[in-house]
Design a protein around this ligand. Sequence first.
Ligand SMILES: O=C(O)CCC(=O)C(=O)O
Length: 235
Amino acid sequence: MGASRTPPDTALVPSLPKTTYYIPNFISPSEESQLLSQIASAPKPKWTILTHRRLQTWPSALSKSNILLAEPLPSWLELPIIPRMQELGIWDNSPHKQPNHVLVNEYKPGEGIMAHEDGPAYHPMVATVSLGAPIVLEVFEKSEEGLGEAKFGILQEPRSLLVTTDDMYTAHLHGIAQQTADENLGPETVANWDLLGEKDLFADGRYDRQIRTSLTYRDVLKVAKFNLGNSLFKR
Ligand SMILES: O=C(O)CCC(=O)C(=O)O
């Protein structure tokens, strides 16, 4: 077996806990438009409307005991993103060597997601492709004293890839503030400032939010080949 591969050190966000990688322009503008039109053309019931965002779950939601029914991802979520991620080696250590589950989250200005952790249903890594507009992901340290101030902000540009794993996955919470603009942006507050693709866009330290969509790729640990319950029910 060869040594396991990792993304280039130039993608490592140095001020964050291990391990966080940020890659701007991971996909092209035309790939971004194709993804957004696929998301927009999904049947209406595919959307789960939540209080502060809406969500598509591919290929399906996990069972109560965190089991995924084996089913391929749709090809538009698979190609070209998954092979491109695999080239970076990020899935080399995951049980299925590739993601088998994708959440599509859409946030309008003023929307967000409360601080949370992704938990034990998944191999401890999330790879997020951002579409449409920038947004700041806030990172909080897990603490028994409750949620404090965000410890870091990660600015996710459209078309970028963010990979969080190891301690960053297991010992931290993440969330997106419900606000219509992200402010106070600069090298002191944005952990990946030096890795941004278009830093100039944020030179005045703020931007107004626009609709931003994320694709979060994960490897669900428990996968069931047959949905026995369902097939018995159908009979
Ligand atoms: O939209 C994002 O970048 C974060 C999504 C998220 O936290 C999640 O799907 O658990």
